[in-house]
Design a protein around this ligand. Structure first.
Ligand code: NAP
Ligand code: F7E
Length: 325
């Protein structure tokens, strides 16, 4: 019989890539979305998936809606990708970020324990939990947490609640501690997509400059399409566990900028980039770099798309969007 999966965050970046993977594996896929006056199916449409998903309406801050959905669907696998995921915005909406990212996870876990205790649960944890912590420049499953934003703090709560329901009630729960992953479906506020969109606008004559914050921050950037494979693999193992997922390589925001301008064939990026204090953060995470040896050994997972190819893929997609080539 076909397996049933419920994905929260189905309209975001990762939701559509994961849905594509599960549909290819013959799953029936339910997608949880909030109520909108005007829903945006752009990312699912981009992959041609909108008509293949069974949508259910609910909200991570509405516990009763989650209880009902879990009770009715009783999925084999639940992937919790929904979140207020923008770190920069989490200082301005700290309470909402906490309600969605922290309490929302408690509500989901409680719903599973009550109505569907055999469901396998994936929690979208993040390298932002490490914040300032690293050993020799890397972070792995043994690295302590030192989150630097309300977002990172909310995710630490969710991480431990996910572990706690495993240890207290024997639920099959996994944390994927994912490092930054990007794609043409990335939200426009995140720095990679902001850069590729900005470059395409400049190329199309729609913008004269690109305002950015800290160009020195370093991130371990991979491709979202590769990372959803790791999520799925975690829930196929015989025992639940927590895994770091990343490429093992990192680059600065400036390196991303240089490459994006190069691929768009715009010489001298310095003529266009304006350093704007509005995009600097009250507390920065300066360097992230994964040591994903556990994922490689136990899941057989490794990032496939290189940094250069990722930047090119995103630049090409945005140039196409603006018909700027
Ligand atoms: P994303 O593009 O921001 O998508 C998040 C989704 O969550 C959106 O579709 C959003 O719905 C939904 N959502 C927000 N609040 C909700 C609520 N109260 N109830 C129901 N749905 C809600 O994020 P992503 O990049 O796909 O990331 C997926 C998950 O992985 C997130 O939890 C993120 O924190 C985590 N993560 C991401 C990365 C990364 O580099 N991408 C790395 C580590 C961890 P709307 O469309 O209504 O806004
Ligand atoms: O920032 C710097 C900024 O917003 C990356 C989320 O998916 O990954 C993401 O969080 C870096 C930071 O991603 C601008 O200061 C410079 O150092 O693209 P970002 P993030 O904060 O790393 C983690 C793993 C998640 O879990 C999150 O959900 O770029 N930066 N100038 C800028 N950042 C933005 N957004 N805009 C700028 O203008």
């Amino acid at each position: 019989m076909a397996k049933v999966a419920l994905i929260t965050g189905i309209l975001g970046q990762d939701g559509p890539y994961l849905a594509e993977l599960l549909l290819k594996n013959d799953y029936k896929v339910y997608g949880l979305m909030r109520r909108y006056s005007n829903p945006n199916f752009e990312n699912l449409d981009y992959l041609g998936l909108t008509n293949k998903i069974e949508f259910v309406e609910g909200d991570l801050i509405d516990e009763a809606s989650l209880m009902n959905i879990v009770k009715i669907i009783q999925p084999d696998e639940l992937y919790n990708l929904a979140a207020q995921s923008f770190v920069g915005g989490s200082w301005h909406q700290a309470k909402l970020t906490t309600e969605i990212n922290a309490f929302g996870v408690l509500y989901l876990l409680h719903a599973l324990k009550t109505f569907s205790p055999t469901t396998r649960f994936y929690q979208a944890s993040t390298s932002e939990m490490f914040g300032l912590q690293h050993v020799g420049g890397y972070q792995d499953e043994t690295t302590p947490f030192h989150p630097r934003s309300p977002y990172g703090i909310s995710k630490v709560y969710a991480y431990w609640m996910t572990v706690n329901f495993r240890e207290s009630y024997g639920l099959f729960t996994c944390n994927g501690i994912l490092f930054n992953h990007e794609s043409p479906l990335r939200g426009i506020q995140f720095v990679t997509r902001k850069i590729t969109d900005g470059v395409a606008r400049i190329k199309a004559g729609l913008a004269k400059d690109l305002h950015l914050g800290n160009l020195e921050a370093k991130r371990d950037w991979g491709f979202a399409g590769d990372y959803v494979e790791a999520m799925h693999l975690m829930l196929q193992k015989s025992k639940p566990s927590d895994y770091v997922v990343g490429t093992g390589d990192n680059h600065s925001v400036q390196e991303f900028v240089e490459l994006a301008f190069k691929y768009a064939d715009i010489p001298d990026w310095k003529k266009y980039v304006v350093i704007d204090p509005r995009f600097k953060r009250p507390a920065e995470v300066p360097v992230l770099r994964a040591k994903a040896a556990k994922a490689e050994k136990i899941l057989g997972w490794k990032a496939k798309l290189s940094f250069d190819k990722l930047v090119k893929m995103m630049v090409d997609a945005d140039l196409k969007r603006y018909n700027a080539k």
